[in-house]
Design a binder for this molecule. Structure first.
Ligand code: ADE
Length: 225
């Protein structure tokens, strides 16, 4: 898989890709992540990528031309499955979207800033708009990093058995059950006996029950989906 990220702040985005699972996914060749600084596509000497909004109002708007040039450059090299725009008014990121995107070959992620991009960018180039939640970030970069993390860990081969994504929360619309490790007792707090029993059928049943109870208590909305 290849991910091209278009941003005015590449330096804000790089560190999540330089550690842990994402770094390993890149090193092992499961994914390529390329950053494109939108200012490199600006046409004037000041590298301007934003301008005042027509009709007046506070806040700058990202101009269409540099974005068009950058996307056209990328599209001239390969076909893209999705051109995603990170925006608080997009569809809310869910595990299902991450699962779906993890199967794509090439995607572009466009990070918005200021008041967002000229609507014509969305109309002409963007195929999907994603929000990471109902709050406003200063730009799409952190949202894009969250999206990339959620997607990349699902690419086949990125996680090994121990970190398998199959038992994650949300994977079957259930939250994950509680987990424990040594010691079996800490300051009087004991690990549930069942987990020490060695009876794997019973342990599995206990985990399913716990996952269901936890979901019913914390996120009953998931059970209706
Ligand atoms: N840009 C600003 N806020 C955002 C959000 N909640 N999700 C994605 N991109 C954003």
């Amino acid at each position: 898989m290849r991910i091209d990220i278009i941003t005015v702040l590449p330096e804000l985005m790089k560190s999540p890709f330089e550690a842990s699972i994402l770094q390993r996914a890149i090193t092992k060749g499961h994914v390529e992540v390329h950053f494109h600084n939108l200012r490199d596509y600006a046409s004037n000497a000041y590298k301007t990528v934003d301008d005042y909004q027509f009709g007046g109002g506070a806040g700058m708007v990202m101009m269409i031309e540099p974005i068009d040039k950058c996307i056209s450059d990328l599209k001239s090299e390969r076909d893209y499955d999705e051109i995603i725009y990170m925006t608080p008014d997009g569809e809310t990121l869910k595990q299902g979207i991450a699962n779906e995107l993890s199967l794509k070959d090439n995607i572009i992620i466009l990070c918005g800033h200021y008041k967002g991009v000229d609507q014509r960018v969305r109309d002409m180039f963007v195929t999907r708009e994603i929000s990471i939640g109902d709050y406003v970030l200063s730009g799409g970069e952190l949202g894009a990093a969250v999206l990339c993390d959620a997607v990349i860990r699902l690419i086949p081969g990125v996680l090994n058995d121990e970190t398998s994504a199959l038992t994650d929360s949300f994977q079957d619309n259930l939250l994950a059950p509680p987990v424990y490790t040594r010691p079996a007792e800490y300051k009087g707090a004991k690990v549930p006996d069942i987990l020490l029993s060695g009876n794997f059928a019973k342990i599995e049943k206990w985990r399913e029950d716990q996952a269901f109870e936890r979901t019913k208590l914390r996120r009953p909305d998931l059970l209706d989906e």
